[in-house]
Write a protein of this length. Structure first.
Length: 281
């Protein structure tokens, strides 16, 4: 699961990774922390797991609580069971030692593990509202207010140049018009490819599956969580079935809250995102 490339200065400071792991060079969700000796990057394990740093902070433990709730063996809650297939598989806490310090990670399925040319779009949902308990209020653009989401990072393997194009987190906040969002989505699905519209159509189908859950569930409310949209560019090279090399998952649950009502703002953001995809078909 990868989008934004770590800072070169940070990479130069990194100690050797734990056995059978490697540092994430580009990442979707999570950030590399390089504060003096406190170098704590996310990791990828060779057996196909994404290791997301579990910092000693309430919001990171809150995200762990979300995964534990969904994946506990005796879970009987309808809304929790229904979202299980829409999020990465959770496999507990991964403990390791880096630079002599014990570090904990949330062990999650790396949904792009078997992709040859992973293309990734990170969509920040409900980007137009503030977490009610957050002390740090983020800047909300006019476009985010209208759409309810922000394109929070983009990585695509361009089929014409055979090279990756990557945009960092700030990219989405520079977009001013809905047409700018549509142009970015066209770029994401390799708009020059004859199969780009087929890809966009599949993404609409997957997003509608997420909406079906979101519009009926009353268990959770989310602030600034993400939709991770991925596909393997090899599907454009070898005419593979898009279902096997395309996915949409909900991620980033540090700011989730228990609820008894439908998260209507989340549904609104989904509706607008689906509409943007439909407009490029």
């Amino acid at each position: 699961m990868s989008i934004r490339k770590n800072d070169q200065k940070c990479n130069d400071q990194l100690p050797p990774p734990p056995p059978n792991t490697r540092y994430v060079e580009r990442q979707a969700g999570g950030h590399c922390s390089c504060n003096g000796d406190d170098i704590l990057p996310n990791l990828q394990h060779n057996d196909g797991w994404f290791l997301k740093l579990l910092r000693d902070s309430p919001r990171y433990w809150n995200e762990l609580r979300f995964y534990q709730l969904i994946f506990e063996s005796d879970c009987q809650e309808r809304d929790a069971l229904a979202v299980k297939n829409l999020i990465p598989t959770f496999d507990g806490v991964y403990q390791t030692v880096i630079n002599g310090k014990e570090v904990n990670y949330i062990k999650l399925e790396d949904i792009t593990h078997n992709y040859q040319f992973p293309c990734v779009l990170d969509v920040k949902m409900k980007a137009d509202v503030h977490d009610p308990n957050s002390e740090n209020k983020h800047v909300i653009s006019d476009l985010a207010v209208r759409m309810g989401f922000v394109l929070d990072g983009l990585q695509v393997y361009n089929m014409t140049t055979r090279k990756y194009i990557s945009y960092q987190k700030a990219f989405g906040h520079t977009l001013e018009q809905e047409e700018d969002v549509r142009k970015a989505l066209i770029q994401f699905v390799n708009g020059e490819s004859r199969r780009s519209k087929a890809l966009a159509k599949k993404f609409v189908q997957r997003l509608c599956a997420v909406r079906k859950w979101a519009s009926t569930q009353r268990r959770f409310t989310f602030y600034r969580s993400s939709l991770l949209m991925v596909y393997d560019a090899t599907t454009l090279l070898h005419n593979e079935d898009e279902d096997n090399v395309l996915d949409v998952r909900l991620v980033d649950f540090a700011k989730f809250y228990d609820s008894t009502e439908t998260d209507h703002l989340y549904v609104k953001a989904l509706d607008n995102l689906v509409q943007c995809f439909r407009q490029i078909l």
